[in-house]
Design a protein around this ligand. Sequence first.
Ligand code: PGA
Length: 241
Amino acid sequence: MRKIILAGNWKMHKTQAEALEFLEAFKPLVTDTPEEREVVLCVPYTALGTLSKHLHGSAVRLGAQNVHWEDSGAYTGEISGSMLKELGVRYAIVGHSERRQYFGETDETVNQRLKAAQKHGLTPILCVGETQEQREANETESHIFSQIEKDLVDIDQQNLVIAYEPIWAIGTGKTCEAPEANRVMGLIRSKLTNKDVTIQYGGSVKPENIDEIMAQPEIDGVLVGGASLKADSWGRIVNYQ
Ligand code: PGA
């Protein structure tokens, strides 16, 4: 059975106070959300502790936006799996295109981070996707297959989420047409040994397109940036029809 997972990625947004304000408005919106939908918030590290306390007893899960491959050490600015685990974190985004583009993340470091997440009992959300140029050059499939092959070396596919995020659709308002996202996601699934891996779509998901996206057979959830920052739009997304 493929699990439905709807995850918000706050990126570098919200102080602790703002995160709590969001939560107060958001909690009443998920009281009737079907139990089989897992709702996750991947928030800045500084908001994890507070949200963890305030989410106690709630079905909403916490996620981080990265995790380092070592348990501890001289890695200024990084965070380890045990540090996240202690705060009640369940998920960690790994290999987001912004990490790959701005912070030198490679398929090799992504693979190491995935392993570390699993070692600490976190479920990694591996992000893959093509640029506009790759899409225009007909390299979408080969690029994504190459990412998956390299990123998933020695990774346990029983504890894994994959997010297909076409880079040209992230934060641009340009959504990949739902049937096209569905097609690429089917190709991704065909390369997996565990066909039940949850595969999410990400890139300009919003209240206006969530119902069509979630109606696609290969789409098991979404990874949402901008539209997860406001309680009402995020509430509408997790309560898709
Ligand atoms: P967006 O971001 O929803 O703002 O396009 C998605 C993501 O980067 O995960």
